[in-house]
Design a protein around this ligand. Structure first.
Ligand SMILES: Nc1ncnc2c1ncn2[C@@H]1O[C@H](COP(=O)(O)OP(=O)(O)OP(=O)(O)O)[C@@H](O)[C@H]1O
Ligand SMILES: [Mg+2]
Length: 243
């Protein structure tokens, strides 16, 4: 579902190499967790997968479609939730959702059903008529998650989706991620919550200084150390145990 080959991205005219020759494949139906320390390159990688950022070099293929060659076709396959949501303040929640529905051409009946389902699930239905400006961080997060699901994206791409969610909403989200994959779709998300990655993901990728330090199932990452936690592996691979 996602094929990244040799992705490289620098900022500040090459002074900061945020992503460094990264190659990765994520299969259809997988929940893939992307972890790594602050500044490791997670958000930069995710933004390149969405087509928001262009790589300096490398190739991105989503659902068999080359992002650089056919960006609109590739983007239609993606439901993206960024790590900050300061941009849609002047719309009401429901206006935002209908806007997303229009952009992706979701028929009205399905749109209404899905909006109702997710707003109820995330317990923000009562706020749908309010301006997004008045929402709390968690409410904005839930609205963005709803928006990203309206068109049933084959790839649900989430940058730190659990940040700011209360335990009940976090549980609903994790269940929805599972359901989304069970229906044959793919979920790729970044997180700092290692316990969630450990329990929820089919496979995990650890990124450090722009490079993929490890990738695989929890079992394969443990490689023999059968009781090793993801936290322990994380520190080993990102050299932070000595701090
Ligand atoms: N717009 C930018 N201009 C310059 N440097 C940037 C920019 N965005 C990111 N960087 C740098 O690129 C590197 C990777 O950043 P990125 O945001 O991808 O990390 P991350 O893994 O998402 O971190 P976090 O866990 O804090 O969200 C960091 O060194 C960061 O300082
Ligand atoms: Mg980030």
């Amino acid at each position: 579902m996602i094929e990244l080959s040799g992705l490289t991205k620098s900022y500040a005219r090459g002074a900061v190499k945020a992503v460094d020759n990264l190659s990765l494949k994520v299969e259809r139906g997988e929940i893939f967790g992307f972890i790594g320390p602050n500044g490791a390159g997670k958000t930069t990688t995710i933004k390149m997968i969405t087509g928001v950022l262009q790589p300096d070099t490398g190739r991105i293929v989503v659902g068999g479609v080359d992002m650089l060659a056919e960006p609109v076709k590739a983007k239609k396959l993606i439901g993206y939730v960024p790590d900050n949501h300061d941009i849609f303040d002047r719309l009401k929640g429901i206006e935002y959702l209908n806007f997303i529905g229009d952009v992706y051409g979701v028929p009205l009946k399905e749109r209404r059903e899905r909006i109702e389902k997710y707003l109820t699930m995330f317990e923000i239905a009562d706020a749908a008529g309010e301006l997004i400006r008045s929402y709390s961080h968690g409410m904005k997060q839930k609205l963005m998650l709803t928006g990203a699901l309206i068109h049933k994206p084959p790839l649900w791409l989430l940058d730190e989706p659990l940040t700011g969610l209360d335990p009940k909403s976090a549980l609903s989200l994790k269940e929805e991620m599972r359901d989304h994959c069970r229906a044959g779709n793919t979920v790729f998300f970044s997180t700092h919550v290692l316990e969630v990655a450990e329990r929820l993901c089919d496979r995990i990728g650890i990124i450090y200084k722009g490079k993929l330090a490890a990738v695989g199932t929890m079992d394969s990452l443990r490689s023999g150390e059968k009781d090793a936690t993801l936290e322990k592996l994380f520190f080993e691979l990102t050299e932070e145990a000595s701090l």
